[in-house]
Design a protein around this ligand. Sequence first.
Ligand SMILES: C[S@@+](CC[C@H](N)C(=O)[O-])C[C@H]1O[C@@H](n2cnc3c(N)ncnc32)[C@H](O)[C@@H]1O
Length: 240
Amino acid sequence: MKRVEVHHDTAFVRDLFEEMSSTYGVMNSVTSFGFSERWRCEAVKRLSLREGGRVCDLMCGMGESWKYLRHHHPQFSRLTGVDFSPCMCAGAQKKAMKFKGAKVEVLTADVLTTLPPDAPFDAVVCTFGLKTLDEKGLKALAVMLKRLLKARGAFSFVEISIPAAPALRAPYLFYLNRIIPILGRLFLGNPDNYRMLGAYTREFQNCRMFQHILQEEGFQVEYRDLFFGCASLLHGTSLG
Ligand SMILES: C[S@@+](CC[C@H](N)C(=O)[O-])C[C@H]1O[C@@H](n2cnc3c(N)ncnc32)[C@H](O)[C@@H]1O
């Protein structure tokens, strides 16, 4: 099997998503057998949001989770999506224009270093954005989350994970390492990019490390495995 080395520097990760942006949507739904949609929905549902609340979607991609936000929290007044890939942001911008009733803004920026001008928010959501962050990046994100959220603000993060049970782990890794790159080629993407996403997921494992980092920063956090650990979810609140 072709070995790939993961890199966490901003330019490398941004270029990876820039290149994948044209195939990302369809690949994501097809390769997860629709589970990625369920998991986004689950993450968004976990947020608690007051009437007129303001939401920030970190590493928003092309706004893949916004339909769930509209469905589960129609009472939100304002949404800010942040992503550092201009191509992903262009897709999100198109979606933003179709929103009625709520103000939606898309900011092209690094979430680890840029505080959106309309912070703090009542809620922060992030779907499938964690895996490309190493420990240093996760710590920077936890610090940024403190600045992003109002007191007792809600957050929810979900990420693809490696299941612990050996019976599921082996076929899952085979699928991630071997099958997904082939599907990437079939859908006219670059198989190396999809191989790289598998390598990030293997290194990330699950949301446990981020849970501990958030707890050290004083957040109240709950951890949940989704579908036997094929994804993991963190949700909670900032302290008042
Ligand atoms: C796997 S995609 C997830 C997109 C979307 N949230 C979803 O549910 O499909 C990860 C996204 O995170 C963005 N990203 C990764 N690191 C980032 C960072 N430090 N700052 C801003 N965006 C980042 C990438 O550009 C990419 O669009």
